[in-house]
Design a protein around this ligand. Sequence first.
Ligand code: GLN
Length: 240
Amino acid sequence: MKITIAQLYPRDMNLYGDWGNTLVLKKRLERRGFDVEIIDHNPGDSTDFSKIDIFVGGGGQDSGQTIIQNDLLARADELRQLAKDGVPMLMICGMYQLFGRFFRTLKGEEIVGANILPIETIAGDERMIGNIVIKSQEFGDIVGYENHSGQTFLDKTTKPLGQVIKGAGNNMTDANEGVRYNNIIATYLHGPILPKNPQIADFLIGEALERRGVSADSGLEKIDDTLANKAREIALKLSR
Ligand code: GLN
């Protein structure tokens, strides 16, 4: 069976190794015997989103977000429907922001988002930079690196991915980090996030397989994560 991963806007939205997330998904699927196709979707491409099993999007400069805005808006209804249908998606930083209603830059320009997640982001004059650890009921401790000016605020009913233990997270006001919505994981964590947090990679894979009729109920075939766990241990001890 072939699993298809779409990388949204890799030309403009791919910071701090975010493309590594796609690589982790590919390798973890291949080790379990699946074929994997990766499709890069850049502005103007006529990618058939209905064939995609997992969507991945990375971070980007404000300028990159402006470049992809029109294409994202043109594809937003499709993406919103797929998100509602439970297609797994991982959206990092700049793409996390643009899955919401808007990102208002420091210059006051509004970059309109796809309006999939009930959130809004407003740039502050202080960047939030450094190593970050968050705690999630679903995934345990999640480690990563953040670098953003945007402060994201969740609607009252929007569920965060976790609570910040070390770092800033969504904003400077509350302790929330990221968003959990249907099968979407949206977060500020770069690193990239998946190599050191394989539990999240396997969640996305499990949901993708379920949708294709492969039950992951009894758990996915185990992978030796000794190295990933060592990297996690070190990351957990890093100073901010
Ligand atoms: N441009 C956005 C911000 O600074 C996103 C940055 C990023 O993706 N790292 O908030």
